[in-house]
Design a protein around this ligand. Structure first.
Ligand SMILES: [Mn+2]
Length: 343
C-alpha cells in the first residue's frame, strides 16, 4: 500500500472522526469531477462509519456530474445561504476537500474561518493554507484529490472499499487526469486496478462523463477551434477566447468548457495552452502546460491565481478585448525566464 501518511496523522483523524456527530464536507467554487467525487465519496465513507454529514459547495456543479449524487443531498450555498450558514455554525467537524486556500470557497470563507469546530484539509494543490486547520493532508505528487482520499480510506480501514465509495473516487481521478492523460503515476494505476476489482464499471463511467455532452457544446467546441483559437509557434503556445456573445450563441452552460483548455496541447510543438472565459465582471483564466514550464508561477504573477505546476487557474479584471495582448506580454516575460532557467 502507498505510504503517504504518518501514524500520528491517521490516529488524529480517527479521533476526530469518532468524536464528531455532525460533519460538514466542503469543496471549492465551480466544483469539478474531482471535487464532487471527493465530497460524495467522503459522505458515503462516513455513513459506513455511522456518521451523519452534509455536503456544502459554493455554487452548483455541472449537470454531467449529477449522476454521482442520486441519493446524496448537496447544499449549494448560492441557492440556500441561510441553511448552509446554519449547518457550518452547528457542525463539530469541517472537512475541506480538493482546495488549498479558504479563498477558493468565496463567500463561505469568513464563516468557515470564524467557526470553532475542528477542521481538516485533504488536498493535492501546492502551498496549502495550514493556519485554520487542526490537521492537513497535503500531497501534491498525486493524480487527484480522489486518489489521496482512496489511500487515506484504505489506510484508515485496512480494507477494500465498497462500490458506492469506489465509484465517485474513480470518477474524480478519471476527470482530474483528463482520462489518464495527465499526472498519472504508478499509484494511480494501482488505485484504478483496485477500484475495478471492487466492481467499478469503467465503460459506464467513461460514457457518463465523456459521452454526455449536448449538441450545442460540441458545436461550440468546433467553433472555438476554428474561429477563436490563436497559435503562437514561437512561444510553443495556443489560446482560446470564449466571449459572452459566443456563450449566448451556443447556449453555454456552466461546465461546458471543461477540457477545452487542453485542446491546443494536441497540436505538434505546442506545450502551453490557455482558455479565457468572459464572465460577469471578470475574465476566468485556465492555464495548462505539457512540459516543465510552470503555469502555477505564471498564474500567481500575472493572473491572480495559481494551482498546479502544469494546470492552474486565475482571474483577470481587464476588458475582454485586451486579454489576448496581456497574455502575449506575460508569456513573453515568462518564456524568456523559463528558457534562461533551461540553459
Ligand atoms: Mn483536484
Amino acid at each position: 500500500m502507498k505510504n503517504f501518511f504518518s501514524k500520528e496523522q491517521i490516529g488524529r483523524l480517527s479521533e476526530l472522526f469518532s468524536a464528531a456527530n455532525d460533519v460538514v464536507i466542503l469543496s471549492h467554487t465551480n466544483p469539478d469531477g474531482d471535487a464532487i467525487g471527493s465530497v460524495v465519496a467522503m459522505k458515503r465513507f462516513l455513513a459506513l462509519e455511522g456518521k451523519k454529514s452534509t455536503i456544502i459547495i459554493p455554487n452548483k456543479h455541472p449537470e454531467y456530474l449529477s449522476f454521482l449524487d442520486p441519493e446524496v443531498e448537496i447544499v449549494v450555498y448560492k441557492e440556500h445561504r441561510g441553511r448552509a450558514e446554519n449547518l457550518i455554525r452547528s457542525c463539530d467537524l469541517i472537512l475541506a476537500l480538493d482546495f488549498n486556500q479558504l479563498s477558493r470557497i468565496d463567500e463561505l470563507e469568513t464563516i468557515v474561518r470564524e467557526s470553532i469546530s475542528h477542521k481538516v484539509l485533504v488536498d493535492h494543490h501546492p502551498s496549502p493554507e495550514r493556519g485554520p486547520f487542526d490537521l492537513v493532508f497535503s500531497e501534491t505528487e498525486i493524480s487527484s484529490n480522489c486518489e489521496l482520499l482512496y489511500w487515506l480510506f484504505k489506510t484508515i480501514t485496512g480494507r477494500d472499499l465498497p462500490l458506492e465509495v469506489a465509484e465517485p473516487l474513480y470518477v474524480g481521478m478519471m476527470t482530474d487526469t483528463n482520462n489518464f492523460a495527465n499526472s498519472v503515476l504508478a499509484s494511480t494505476f494501482r488505485m484504478a486496478s483496485d477500484l475495478i476489482v471492487a466492481g467499478v464499471d469503467k465503460e459506464r463511467l467513461q460514457h457518463l462523463v465523456f459521452g454526455g455532452f449536448s449538441e450545442s457544446r460540441m458545436r461550440l467546441m468546433g467553433y472555438l477551434l476554428s474561429e477563436r483559437m490563436t497559435v503562437l509557434p514561437d512561444f510553443e503556445a495556443g489560446f482560446i477566447m470564449l466571449s459572452k456573445e459566443d456563450q449566448e450563441r451556443f447556449s453555454f452552460n456552466e461546465g461546458d468548457s471543461e477540457g477545452f483548455v487542453n485542446m491546443p496541447l494536441s497540436i505538434k510543438g505546442i506545450n502551453i495552452a490557455a482558455l479565457f472565459t468572459e464572465s460577469e465582471g471578470v475574465v476566468r483564466v485556465s492555464l495548462r502546460s505539457s512540459n516543465d514550464f510552470s503555469v502555477n508561477k505564471m498564474a500567481r504573477r500575472f493572473f491572480n491565481g495559481g494551482g498546479h505546476e502544469r494546470a492552474s487557474g486565475g482571474k483577470l479584471y481587464i476588458p475582454f478585448d485586451r486579454v489576448a495582448d496581456y497574455f502575449v506580454e506575460s508569456l513573453n516575460i515568462c518564456i524568456e525566464e523559463y528558457r534562461n532557467e533551461q540553459i
